[in-house]
Ligand binder design. Structure first.
Ligand code: FAD
Ligand code: MLT
Ligand code: ZN
Length: 467
């Protein structure tokens, strides 16, 4: 392996194209959850598609396994080495190459950070429909490779739905470029979709064309308090019907708010009273006081129907950020509290209350763990976090992992749900892929992998065990 790595080094040119001192590897070696880590043999940081192609061709020739990486905010261990791989990190391919305000499209390199893209298109009166808490770090290539979802899926869909064109480098260095801008283009197989959600096992995404949408005149945001979570499905049905510009509907089970206040005493109690569950609602509306009044009227109706016990409407940018913080900040607070067995599942929306009840009952069987639940109500996507409590040893934390996963996925299966809603499979969930995909589907995935990457160099061990 070492000889192959030194041959690879000689094949590469250009200053700073790679890091090969273990002292520099740290940011590329451990994932965001701190549960997945491994030492790479080399970290390559290409600046162009040609360099990626050259790198992959050389790795393929020398049989060197490769881990593609963008912002390293993934949550399933798919973007960091298991040990000895070459990490190809795309962060330096970070140019926004062109913007077409008529078509509403933007062409970017894979290493563009989501927030940077959003700020650039905002200056032109547009916004990027996919938004998520990792916006300051996650990059377009990684978001496409995981088919990221986030906070506005119920209105705009996942990354797949924003994608017009894609450029990918295959394992042997072949550049598959189709930077299509057209909305309508039914010419043969639409290959780009193979790479969406492929988690780096089929090719390295180098550039993309995304559609962006005109910014709405105004966005109204409110935090709602519910007396009981049994009414979440009725609330969803009602809000969908009456908030025509609905762009986000997110829920938070109370314990997550307690955690926020524990981690940061500066976090205010949102309401006078304490409620078991909260919902953030965001709607795209017209501008001005009338639009805000109409939004408030719609909220009043929810109150008078008894679906909501109390509501706060954001009346400034600061207040909007504060209200969104109750939903977005638990992820970071959890990570500061301890290691976490994270689950990202979908169940039918109507079953969310029952699912949460079952998971809370399950969690009681695991002393030393703390449970935090929140998620994307509109999508039926629940994030289950089983967090290492202060007195739980690392050994005890890991020892319970399989039993907890079997219980969570058992509940998901009973409700006809999915073991991954938006984070992907990575290495963390590969033993559970069969819960949500048939044998025939997995066999077809493996055949595609063998066709596009016959030497199995791309992200071996991700999605399914390497053969
Ligand atoms: P990375 O972590 O670098 O990589 C992720 C996967 O894609 C790996 O398997 C990697 O090998 C592969 N990959 C990376 N780059 C490429 C490439 N150029 N070509 C081919 N394969 C590649 N996710 C959601 O879907 N919704 C959320 O709401 C959400 N919220 C989050 C909030 C926080 C605070 C954090 C930390 C994460 C959140 N995530 C969420 C998870 C994560 O941010 C997303 O999955 C994101 O899309 C990953 O992008 P990245 O650039 O960090 O990818
Ligand atoms: C979220 O919706 O907050 C993210 O998917 C991250 C998480 O699961 O904590
Ligand atoms: Zn999420």
């Amino acid at each position: 392996m070492d000889t192959a790595v030194s041959r690879l080094r000689t094949a590469l040119d250009g200053p700073g194209l790679y890091l090969d001192s273990p002292a520099d590897f740290a940011p590329y070696s451990t994932d965001w959850t701190r549960k997945f880590s491994g030492a790479p043999s080399l970290v390559a940081r290409p600046r162009s598609t040609e360099q990626v192609a050259k790198l992959l061709a050389a790795c393929d020739r020398h049989g060197l396994p490769v881990v593609p990486q963008c912002g390293n905010t993934g949550m399933v261990g798919g973007g960091v080495p298991r040990g000895g791989e070459v990490v190809i990190n795309l962060s330096r391919m970070n140019r926004i190459e062109s913007f077409d305000p008529i078509a509403g499209t933007v062409q970017v390199e894979a290493g563009v950070v989501l927030q940077t893209l959003n700020e650039a298109v905002a200056a032109e009166g547009f916004f990027m429909p996919v938004d998520l808490g990792a916006r300051g770090s996650c990059q377009i290539g990684g978001m496409i490779a995981t088919n990221a979802g986030g906070l506005r899926v119920l209105r705009y869909g996942h990354m797949r739905d924003q994608l017009r064109g894609l450029e990918v480098v295959l394992a042997d260095g072949t550049v598959l470029s189709n930077l299509n801008k057209l909305k309508k283009n039914n010419t043969g197989l639409d290959l780009k979709h193979l790479f969406v959600g492929s988690e780096g096992i089929l090719g390295i995404i180098t550039r993309a064309v995304l559609q962006v949408v005109p910014k709405p005149p105004s966005l109204e945001t409110a935090l709602l308090a519910l007396e009981e979570r049994r009414t979440l499905p009725a609330l969803l049905k009602n809000v969908r019907a009456s908030f025509r510009g609905l762009s986000s509907l997110e829920f938070i089970v109370r314990d997550a708010i307690d955690l926020l206040r524990e981690v940061d005493p500066g976090v205010r109690e949102p309401f006078k009273e304490i409620y078991p569950v909260y919902v953030v609602v965001e709607e795209e509306t017209g501008q001005g006081p009338v639009a805000r009044e109409e939004f408030a009227d719609r909220l009043d109706k929810l109150l008078s129907q008894g679906l909501v016990a109390d509501a706060i409407v954001a009346d400034s940018e600061t207040r909007t950020r504060e209200l969104w913080g109750y939903r977005e900040r638990p992820t970071e607070a959890i990570s500061r509290t301890g290691l976490t067995h994270k689950f990202d599942v979908t169940v039918p929306q109507g079953d969310i209350p029952r699912f949460c009840d079952e998971i809370e009952a399950m969690a009681k069987d695991y002393a030393g763990f703390r449970l935090f639940l929140y998620g994307h109500l509109g999508d039926g996507n629940v994030h289950v976090n089983m967090v290492q409590g202060r007195h739980l040893t690392k050994e005890a934390f890991y020892a319970a992992e399989k039993a907890i996963a079997d219980r969570v996925y058992g509940e998901v299966a009973a409700l006809g749900g999915s073991v991954s809603a938006e984070h992907g499979i990575g290495v963390m969930k590969r033993d559970y892929l069969g819960h949500s995909r048939s044998e025939a589907e997995i066999a077809t995935m493996r055949r595609l992998k063998a066709t596009l990457d016959p030497n199995g160099i791309l992200n071996p061990g991700v999605m399914f065990a390497a053969k």
